[in-house]
Write a protein that binds this ligand. Structure first.
Ligand SMILES: [Zn+2]
Length: 260
């Protein structure tokens, strides 16, 4: 499950390749939009919102995509004589005279009128990497359900948008909070959401999600992906378990000694 910083850097790459340029080709490999042709339209903006990506055109349309579990984008220069990308994993191709952006295994691929974007992103809480980031509002949305485990509430994109499993685990470790702690029992929620913003912001322009300050392979995280290994702070074995409503359980990693 990609984190908000991955969407942010993906949007940056797509913006550099597509924004301000006229599309010369579009190819939707999803049945519902297979006949849509955006060629001739100018791409006006590429905007990340939480984990959603919006490509807006001068025709008043928005290409809305979401990476979900396995999606990713590749951008490459267009050269005469180079064959267009072809793959059964391809969901969408957007190209101009210079660049070709290919979206693979996207969980959502659709075209909507730009004025109706709210129908797909209107439910999102404040975007941790958005220009309108509003920590007070995120805290107030998180506080709506005081009994909810913090490990669930932080992943709910209606509260705040952009946190996935990696940052969830790392934020809770750094603040010393057990993922099952009810939101209402946490004294300093502003510090928690501000930490999330800092971690995503620090990683948005580089690959990976480094929270320890150590970019070496295997050293990037405090607890995420380290089940059964010793805690970097106290040596206790890191716990790994599932949490969440039935059918939506997500993996959790935490140190039972450092996180209460
Ligand atoms: Zn520990």
């Amino acid at each position: 499950m990609p984190e908000g910083d991955v969407i942010w850097s993906t949007a940056r790459r797509l913006r550099a390749a597509l924004a301000g340029q006229v599309l010369t080709r579009s190819d939707f490999r999803v049945p519902k939009f297979a006949t849509v042709d955006l060629s001739g339209q100018l791409v006006t903006e590429v905007v990340p919102r939480g984990k959603h990506l919006l490509v807006r055109t001068s025709g008043g349309l928005t290409v809305h995509t979401h990476l979900k579990m396995d999606g990713f984008w590749r951008v490459r220069a267009v050269h005469p004589g180079v064959r267009p990308v072809e793959s059964f994993k391809l969901r969408l191709l957007l190209a101009n005279a210079q660049w070709e952006a290919a979206g693979y295994l996207l969980g959502v691929t659709e075209v909507i009128p730009t004025v109706e974007e709210d129908t797909v992103i209107g439910h999102l809480g404040p975007d941790l990497l958005g220009p309108d980031w509003d920590p007070a509002r995120a805290v107030s949305l998180l506080s709506r359900d005081r009994d909810r485990p913090v490990g669930e509430a932080l992943l709910d994109q209606r509260n705040l948008a952009g946190i996935g499993n990696v940052y969830l685990a790392e934020m809770l470790f750094l603040r010393g909070l057990d993922p099952s702690r009810p939101v209402g029992s946490i004294e300093d929620l502003p510090a928690l959401v501000n930490l999330g913003r800092r971690l995503l912001d620090a990683n948005k322009a580089r690959p990976g999600h480094v929270t320890t300050g150590d970019t070496r392979r295997g050293q990037e995280h405090w607890v995420y992906g380290r089940g059964g290994k010793p805690c970097r702070r106290c040596g206790t074995r890191i716990m790994k378990g599932e949490q969440g409503p039935a059918g939506e359980e997500r993996l959790r990693f935490w140190c039972p000694n450092c996180q209460l």
